[in-house]
Design a protein around this ligand. Sequence first.
Ligand code: SF4
Ligand code: SF4
Ligand code: FES
Length: 492
Amino acid sequence: MIDFFINGAPVQAENDQTVMQAAQANGFFIPYFCWHPKLSVPGNCRICTVEICNEGQPDGSGWLDIACNMPITSGMRVLTDSDRVRARRKQTLQFITLNHPVDCGICDKAGECTLQDYHFEFNGTPSISIDAKVHATKHFPLSERIVLDNERCILCSRCVRFTREISQSHGLGIQNRGDQSLIRPVEDGAFEADPYSDNVIDLCPVGALLARPFLHQARVWYLRPTRSVCPGCERGCNVNVWHRKTEWQVKALDPRVNARIDRVTPYDNPAVNGPWICNKGRDLAQVFGRARAVQALQKGLPVATPLALAQARTLIAAARRPVALVSSWASNEELAAFEQSLAQRLRSFVKTDCQPEPGERLQDDLLIQPDKNPNRAGALALFPALPADVATAFAAETDLVLVWGEGFNFAHLPPGARIIYLNSWLQPENGHADVFLPISVMTERSGTYTNFAGVISPFEACFAKAAGVLDAQAVFTALAMPLLAAPAEAAP
Ligand code: SF4
Ligand code: SF4
Ligand code: FES
């Protein structure tokens, strides 16, 4: 450890820490644009300037230098907020905003823009320049997913470094020099094909990189994040699901505006995903925006939920060789509820709910995992996997199959077996079941998933269930009550 001083207070740093790292570790704030803890250090924005004196020198007699690239030395004295430091930061902000349009009023980043925050904190005065601003492209199509406003770009190079150092697509670069500099994608389409490209939207400290689906959709202060887990693969990246605050609900013709996922951003969990997610995780609004099943059915005909539950109970009680196909999208809590209530009665296997989409990246060394189901590990801890030859899971006399979750081909069910189906989506199979029960999705209930490495991550409910939709846990409890009272023939 190295002993040194920040703002007169004695503190300690690890041997190889910079002033920025040591200040953060000890709770001192130093502003930054280009620095990022997971990227290389270019030292180009200069906003992190601090005042530094060597051991023995009095405060105020040292030099100004950037904190992000300055190694700590023993006895060093650092001032993070002196008059000289604030004056330099003011000059730096004058320079950074020299050609910036300062169009915060129409910028999606307003409310979470560090340039806006630092300008307010350290500058707060109009530009001193008397020259006309140099204009650049306002709405450059960086990719199908991202638009770029070059006038807002402060050339911190975080986006470029991300594609070189993290996603390794090398999809972005900087063209030209000086005030003609422009962020541009490489011409071979590498950025368009980069499955992690949207991380540059979070990385951009200003409103230069914006997500097309979220463009001008909502001010960020109208929204709030709910902690969740991406179900797109067995990595189970931790995410924030952003949705409208109750007090900012809009009077819209379409009430779904108030109950939709507006955007998804990473929740930094070092044990799972760090600060990144892939683009599939950003697109959860499409997954959870699919048409929902909200009506219980009996042989394809609408029926009251209590009647459907009663019929399902009757089928289970009458079955001699019942089988259950358990969802690999179910939470650990739902799986435990099923195991405690029905698993003794039904021979149970873990099924695959989702397969990779055509063209989807199957696996890489960063995050993406080959299994596109978030809780197979949790399910396999309780039940065996469904064999590749599905028919071997069904004994000859299998007379009832409870299918939980989407993705199972009903053509593989034993002929003549009765079917109880639990699903969240409006799909043709719903009408083919003897009893169909609509169940909630993960944004409507809380729970946990276990990822491929055994890390358990929580998710919280953020939307109310529609009338008629049940939690799977409640279904299992309702189905098990009379069975527990009068157990039928045990499963083989
Ligand atoms: S687009 Fe954003 S992240 Fe990229 S260099 Fe410009 S300011 Fe930095
Ligand atoms: S890597 Fe997997 S879990 Fe993570 S965001 Fe992408 S699809 Fe979701
Ligand atoms: S944060 Fe240090 S130079 Fe940009």
